[in-house]
Design a protein around this ligand. Structure first.
Ligand SMILES: Nc1ncnc2c1ncn2[C@@H]1O[C@H](COP(=O)(O)OP(=O)(O)O)[C@@H](O)[C@H]1O
Ligand SMILES: [Mg+2]
Length: 239
């Protein structure tokens, strides 16, 4: 783990129409880390990720990735720079096959041989997708769709993955599978920013965490410290 921030948000303000959702948030993710943002429904977690991936414009403040400003950079270009998002609700293409969904994940790449090799890797890592290559995405179970959404994001060969509620609505078996995959990917060098309502699993998996409350960061610490904090326990861990 190095010390240079791979991703840095400085005093980000943004919102929708007249409503300000993020009220000046600052955070950083260093190379090699798993960082989680926990917070209640409506706190602004998805808005934070969408701001990083360029889907929601920044009103004030700046986002930097590998030292480069992302403000005003188009979403597809942000993917090319190495930041790939797994959106809330998976958003796979229901009428495309598993294979076609994965190919869509590589749409910014111009190295067909590399793409073919990565497809093989994905089918090896996610055997369930290999068995269902020709099946339409929309006919997969929720857990299988989440595997597909993660694999699709990986097809862009990201340095960093942004994940929005990857465990939401999944059966317990798939929940632990998702977190296990995140740890594996991280060991292989992928830096992770994870948004979760399952705060317990997220804090057990992450190195550090931030607590987001109505558009402001109220706590930032080592994940283990947050897990042991009575305020976090009362508000988010339902002890
Ligand atoms: N497209 C949108 N248009 C208007 N308001 C939105 C939109 N998306 C989210 N919001 C509002 O922004 C706030 C934060 O939402 P969100 O970032 O989705 O929170 P979280 O992911 O933490 O649940 C909520 O009040 C939500 O209603
Ligand atoms: Mg959300």
């Amino acid at each position: 783990m190095s010390n240079d921030p791979l991703l840095e948000l400085r005093d980000i303000h943004t919102g929708y129409g007249p409503i300000e959702v993020l009220k000046g948030i600052s955070l950083e993710v260093r190379t090699g880390e798993i960082v989680t943002i926990i917070g209640a429904n409506g706190a602004g977690k998805s808005t934070t990720l969408m701001t990083v991936s360029g889907m929601v414009p920044v009103r004030r403040g700046e986002v930097r990735f590998q030292g480069e400003r992302l403000t005003g950079v188009a979403p597809h270009r942000i993917v090319e720079l190495g930041l790939s998002q797994v959106p809330e609700g998976r958003r796979i293409f229901p009428r495309l096959t598993v294979l076609e969904n994965l190919e869509m994940g590589a749409y910014t790449r111009r190295d067909p041989n590399g793409v073919a090799a990565d497809l093989d890797k994905m089918f090896h890592r996610f055997p369930i997708l290999s068995e269902r290559k020709e099946q339409l995405g929309g006919t997969l179970s929720g857990g299988e769709q989440q595997m597909l959404a993660i694999a699709r994001a990986l097809m862009a060969r990201p340095r960093m993955l942004l994940l929005d509620e990857p465990s939401l609505g999944l059966a317990p078996l798939f929940v632990s599978k998702v977190f296990r995959i995140l740890r594996e990917l991280n060991r292989e060098g992928v830096t992770v920013l994870l948004v979760e309502q399952n705060a317990r699993m997220a804090l057990k998996t992450a190195h550090r965490g931030y607590v987001l409350e109505t558009g402001q960061i109220t706590m930032a610490d080592a994940a283990a410290t947050l897990l042991a904090d009575s305020r976090v326990q009362d508000a988010y861990l339902g002890k």
